[in-house]
Design a protein around this ligand. Structure first.
Ligand code: SF4
Length: 447
């Protein structure tokens, strides 16, 4: 039977933090391949609990299973050479990757995943290293970046002789297996398969799971509904899956990566069942404030949910409607009240800064609105995601060139060159305002 090595690549960026990052898609690929009888190994270059970091005393935990990644400073990629922000390579050191790869001379193929479009450079650098050790082995690249920008991926990775695999689940796996003249049956993998956490040969700081994939909403700046058909998993399978994962990896923190957690049709039953595990749960992806009721808030508290992020984005009602209408100021206020009444104090709301045509004052107003309603404001800078409706609108207006290198679209880089958004000084001003307000409200250090 064929043996595949799954690799979660390095991140190259100006800043990165382990806010519960796990290569969930890759772990699903591992689960499916194992079920079909293939031999599978995993090399997660972003595992902060990798044995290398344990041995060298380099684990930097912070709160609730999050923490700092190990990094080394690197040269900026040529397209960013004039940007005054220094790039770093996050994850396992290069020498250690080389040593590890040498143990896998028997493998038949290497599967690499990708996430953000503006992280493709880290994927490229990882595969460049793999090619030095394995000049001939087949390498397959899939994941979110590849699905959003397949043509870009083909062009960039051609010189490294990489097979670009778009699609998800069994469909993507069959595309890869075609190379070996093999095929597996299509089945409802999202219902049947658990992410293969057993492939890690270390302990973990947290685990990430999901009760659904995709999202039925259609926010103009978001890629999720364009990537996945919305699907939920049965409560029975979520719970039995969690039991298995926790027996393999006994962690304190379990993170739901759902983009539409509260749209699950059996959410109350799910929350009730979750309360029997002795762990803390977190919802970092922004839940729909409209769907938080007093009962849901009670069930969150009973199950021991801690960090709950509410999707908010902007306090400007026109902009709320224009970008998808998923939340109103009233919804946010009500949701916060219900959650706070249950003693859930780690509740914050995502506010977007640097949306096209957004004014600095709008961001400040959204910060104030959150604070007045006892919600911790969490400001995120906007990243235009290629091929979303909003991106295409910007292209049509001539505000972004369709061939812009995704590295330039990284939200920490955008203000340095994009003249249609906020300037570096304006973004800095917002950050200072947020800091000052957090001090005033005694919220420093809250997330
Ligand atoms: S609700 Fe969230 S996940 Fe769904 S489309 Fe909007 S931003 Fe994306």
């Amino acid at each position: 039977m064929k043996h595949f090595l799954l690799i979660n690549p390095w991140i190259y960026d100006t800043a990165a933090y382990d806010f519960w990052l796990k290569p969930l898609g890759l772990l699903y690929v591992g689960g499916i391949l194992k079920k079909e009888g293939f031999q599978v190994s995993l090399l997660d270059l972003m595992n902060r609990y990798d044995n290398y970091f344990v041995k060298n005393d380099k684990i930097k935990d912070r709160y609730y299973g999050t923490g700092k990644f190990h990094y080394e400073k690197v040269e900026n990629p040529p397209v960013l050479k004039d940007i005054p922000r220094r790039f770093k390579r996050y994850g396992l050191p290069k020498e250690e990757l080389k040593k590890r790869l040498e143990n896998y001379s028997d493998i038949d193929g290497i599967i690499v995943t990708s996430v953000m479009t503006y992280w493709y450079y880290g994927v490229y650098e990882t595969i460049k290293e793999i090619r030095k050790i394995f000049p001939e082995k087949p390498i397959f690249l899939g994941g979110i970046y590849v699905n959003i920008m397949p043509a870009h991926a083909k062009k960039i990775f051609e010189e490294l002789n990489v097979h670009i695999i778009n699609g998800t689940g069994t469909f993507a796996i069959n595309k890869m297996l075609k190379y070996y003249n093999l095929q597996i049956d299509n089945f409802n993998w999202f219902e049947e398969i658990d992410p293969a956490y057993e492939l890690y040969n270390s302990q973990l700081p947290h685990v990430v799971i999901t009760s659904s994939i995709g999202c039925p909403f259609r926010c103009t700046y978001c890629v999720t509904p364009r990537m996945w058909k919305y699907q939920t998993r049965s409560v029975k399978k979520i719970i039995s899956g969690l039991e298995t994962i926790l027996s393999e990896k006994p962690v304190k923190d379990v993170v739901f990566f759902d983009d539409a957690f509260l749209l699950h049709p059996q959410k109350e039953e799910l929350l009730n069942e979750l309360s029997r595990f002795n762990v803390r749960y977190h919802l970092p992806n922004g839940i729909h404030a409209k769907l938080v009721t007093p009962k849901i808030a009670r069930l969150f508290a009973k199950a021991n949910f801690k960090i709950i992020k509410l999707g908010y984005e902007t306090s400007d009602e026109e902009l709320q409607k224009k970008t998808g209408g998923k939340v109103s100021n009233e919804d946010l206020k009500n949701a916060a009240n219900y959650l706070l009444n249950e003693g859930l104090t780690d509740v914050s709301a995502y506010i977007m800064a640097n949306l096209p045509e957004q004014k600095v004052d709008d961001v400040k107003k959204a910060i104030d609105f959150c604070l007045e309603n006892n919600i911790i404001p969490s400001v995120n800078e906007f990243t235009p995601i290629p091929n979303t409706p909003q991106y295409m609108e910007l292209v049509e207006k001539g505000w972004i060139d369709i061939n812009t290198d995704p590295l330039l679209l990284n939200n920490s880089i955008l203000p340095y060159w994009w003249k249609y958004g906020m300037s570096v000084e304006e973004i800095e001003g917002i950050k200072k305002y947020l800091q000052k307000k957090k001090e005033e409200y005694n919220l420093l250090g809250r997330h």
